[in-house]
Design a binder for this molecule. Structure first.
Ligand SMILES: [Fe+2]
Length: 308
């Protein structure tokens, strides 16, 4: 089995590369590590590549990457994937920090690149309004959620952290509660991407700075129950939902099997589980009262006059 260690970057399509570059660099504070007319790479200030912008249909995600064990032989990875019927090939120059990768298409039709070695960019010391640490997770709407979850768990080494019924899955590849979400939907497409910040103070700085830029929140801040991250959501002008979060549940020791205990957990110890209708989407914050009535998690509720 190939073992994914962490999420790399996501490739987002846009018709407005300059506008989106301004948003991700000036508003979110990511560093531009490579820029050409048709392609821009951005990394967090701590040096992790996070977003690639390319020309295309606004708001569509066309690729994502993951780092695997630095000791991995990429030819072995190609062979391993072929055992599962996946046609993969070596690729050069995926990103400024990745010289070699293995590329293939996952069961939901997204291009995936796996890389073993990563070169950090030169440190960017320019200040930003708040600090994103990394691209933390990607949530995707899929038709056949069981098939996609099985693929990521059995072929790429993910584990199911929690699920809501049999239609909303949270998968981890490291200590973070989730790096991937898959949600059943008839229209396969990106649901949201999420950036991790160090602490609440960063969320306050982020939301104030978003407001100064006339970008309003569409959900939160609140604390989720599944994953327990404090999260807030807004949209880009390409209508990509962006989550900014902190304090996500951590599985520090897989052998123990429970989440590192936190004061706000509802159960002790707290194990991965399947949640039912009784589980609120938010422990507190906007949206914490809605689940029992609606039991509808695909749509993030909206408040204010901003959703367009
Ligand atoms: Fe999320």
């Amino acid at each position: 089995m190939v073992k994914v260690k962490r999420l790399g970057h996501t490739t987002l399509q846009t018709e407005d590369i300059d506008g989106q570059t301004d948003y991700y660099s000036r508003v979110l504070g990511l560093s531009i590590v490579e820029r050409s007319k048709d392609r821009v790479f951005l990394a967090s200030k701590v040096g992790l590549e996070a977003v690639e912008l390319v020309k295309g249909k606004p708001g569509w995600m066309s690729a994502q990457s993951f780092q695997i064990d630095p000791e991995s032989d990429l030819n072995d990875v190609v062979k391993e994937l072929s055992k599962h019927g996946i046609k993969a090939e070596r690729r050069k120059g995926m990103s400024p920090g990745v010289a070699d990768s293995v590329t293939f298409v996952d069961p939901k039709g997204t291009q995936v690149d796996l890389f073993s070695e990563y070169k950090f960019p030169k440190q960017d010391l320019t200040p930003s309004a708040f600090n994103i640490l990394k691209l933390g997770h990607i949530a995707y709407r899929v038709l056949d959620v069981q098939k996609v979850v099985k693929f990521y768990n059995e072929v790429l080494g993910f584990r199911t952290s929690d699920s809501r019924g049999d239609y909303f899955y949270f998968l981890r590849c490291n200590t973070d509660h989730h790096t991937l979400n898959f949600i059943v939907d008839e229209k396969p497409q990106l649901h949201h991407i999420a950036f991790e910040v160090m602490e609440w103070a960063e969320i306050r700085k982020a939301t104030d700075f978003l407001a100064l830029n006339k970008i309003h929140l569409v959900w939160g801040p609140g604390r989720h129950v599944i994953g327990h991250n404090v999260a807030t959501y807004h949209r880009t002008t390409d209508l990509v939902r962006i989550e900014i979060f902190t304090e996500m549940d951590q599985m520090k020791d897989e052998a123990l099997g429970y989440w590192d205990p936190r004061p706000w957990h509802q159960e002790r110890p707290l194990y991965p589980k399947t949640h039912g209708k009784e589980t609120l989407r938010n422990y507190w914050g906007y949206g914490s009262e809605r689940v029992i009535k609606g039991y509808q998690t695909n749509e993030i509720p909206v408040y204010g006059a901003i959703e367009s």
